[in-house]
Design a binder for this molecule. Structure first.
Ligand code: ADP
Ligand code: MG
Length: 412
């Protein structure tokens, strides 16, 4: 059997040393960086495809982080290098950053500066380098880790004071979301950036994505002490290609908006679980495009998933973290059958993990590949990992990557 590949996180010192070295190579002729900042990737415990439906999500910050060394400039130039894109040095003038025009990985970085300027903050150009141990394109939000590391860096070098408290961090979240949506052109909800900027170690972040809520109302830190419960959160990066994800994601989002319009609500959040059956019948009756069944299943996922997320948070608050497994399993079935965003590799992880004694397992992130999670007793970690690895071997699939995810620190 192939031995499992563990994707280890870096220590803060290691991450900082890497970007300082890279900075010296790329931009060292003009001196040192102003500092080093970092931000975590995230993994969502439950509440998938709910953020853009004004629903609930429950992410934790990963110990895996993206590191940025940055030096501000007096002009508007942005010059970037990344260890993950060694052949793609990126350069622009801040004045040229424009929705629909700016392309490439630097859009995630320059987009943050653009969004902070749009929000009225004075931000100049900068030289920056990036290195990261957040798996790339694995549904663990390397994109938000990059944006949020840049956001706290720009906050510091321009003394904006936003990263010092949660309300300010919520403003940084908004800037990062605009960067991703409008400049990078990925129509994602706000969960990833909120997780990276507003989580705290040992806690999960219960996000309420209804528009117009204050910072205080929109996020609640729920103690999530896995170690005390003798549990581990195992993350499996399936390394499955998710080439279709962009179009499919936008399509799911559009379907939810159409269903809400048919039902006469501003978002699917407004449908209470006890009203679900009536709403589903109404959808089938009123939909004109012959897609009543699809609409029905999409809405059933969203409404039930929001309810499951609330139940999960209640169990955890009540000290019953060991009892959340069935909610995770139900979430996976719903994403697989009703929302249709799972993939063969994700189903394989879930089945193998549960077969080897995991308390619960589900796909996480947008789907169509990416990662799955399993809640596992500490003593079962090796067995579950081996079972997942064996299932991939047997199916002739490329080796997955394994991570352990104790709830970790936010961007700083
Ligand atoms: P995920 O966020 O799930 O990892 P995305 O497709 O949302 O996947 O984001 C991945 C994209 O973010 C990459 O294609 C790249 O453009 C950008 N990105 C993320 N991290 C880095 C990095 N360290 N260096 C350069 N680009 C990065
Ligand atoms: Mg992303």
């Amino acid at each position: 059997m192939t031995s499992p590949q563990w994707l280890d996180s870096w220590s803060a010192d290691d991450g900082a040393a890497r970007v300082r070295t890279l900075f010296a190579e790329a931009f060292g002729d003009d001196g040192d960086p102003d500092g080093v900042w970092s931000a975590p990737g995230r993994v969502n415990l439950i509440g998938e495809h709910t953020d853009y439906n004004a629903g609930l999500a429950l992410p934790v910050a990963l110990p895996h982080r993206t590191y940025v060394a940055l030096r501000s400039r007096t002009d508007g130039l942005v010059r970037l290098a990344s260890a993950q894109a060694p052949d793609e040095r990126w350069e622009t003038s801040l004045d040229e950053v424009t929705p629909g025009v700016t392309r490439g990985w630097g859009a995630y970085v320059a987009g943050v500066a653009w969004a902070l300027r749009e929000a009225g903050h004075e931000v100049t150009g900068f030289d920056a380098v990036v290195d990261s141990c957040v798996p790339f394109g694995a549904g663990l939000s390397s994109s938000a880790a990059l944006e949020c590391a840049v956001a706290v860096a720009l906050d510091a070098v321009h003394s904006l004071g936003l990263a010092c408290d949660d309300a300010g961090r919520a403003e940084l979240v908004a800037a990062c979301v605009r960067a991703e949506n409008e400049i990078a052109g990925a129509p994602t909800g706000g969960m990833d950036q909120a997780a990276s900027l507003r989580c705290s170690a040992g806690h999960a972040l219960l996000l309420d994505c209804r528009p117009g809520l204050s910072a205080l109302e929109s996020a609640d830190r729920v103690p999530f002490d896995l170690a005390a419960a003798g549990l581990n959160l195992l993350v499996v990066d399936t390394r499955a290609e998710h080439a279709l994800v962009d179009g499919q994601y936008a399509q799911r989002r559009a379907t939810c908006e159409r269903a809400a319009a048919i039902l006469g609500v501003s978002s699917l959040r407004e449908i209470a679980p006890e009203e679900l059956d009536v709403a589903l019948d109404k959808l089938v009756a009123l939909s004109s495009d012959g897609d009543g069944d699809v609409l029905r299943r999409r809405v059933r996922h969203v409404v039930a998933e929001i309810a499951r997320t609330g139940e999960f948070a209640d169990l955890v608050r009540g000290g019953r973290v060991g009892d959340v497994g069935p909610l995770m399993n139900a979430s996976h079935v719903s994403l697989r059958d009703d929302y249709e965003v799972s993939a063969r590799e994700l189903d394989l992880v879930v089945d193998a993990a549960l077969g080897a004694g995991a308390l619960g397992a589900r796909m996480t992130g947008g789907g169509f590949g990416g990662s799955a999670i399993a809640l596992v007793r500490e003593r079962d970690v090796d067995g579950v990992t081996a079972a997942v690895q064996a299932a991939f071997d047997e199916a002739g699939l490329a080796a997955p990557g394994f991570l352990l995810a104790p709830p970790s620190d936010p961007a700083h």
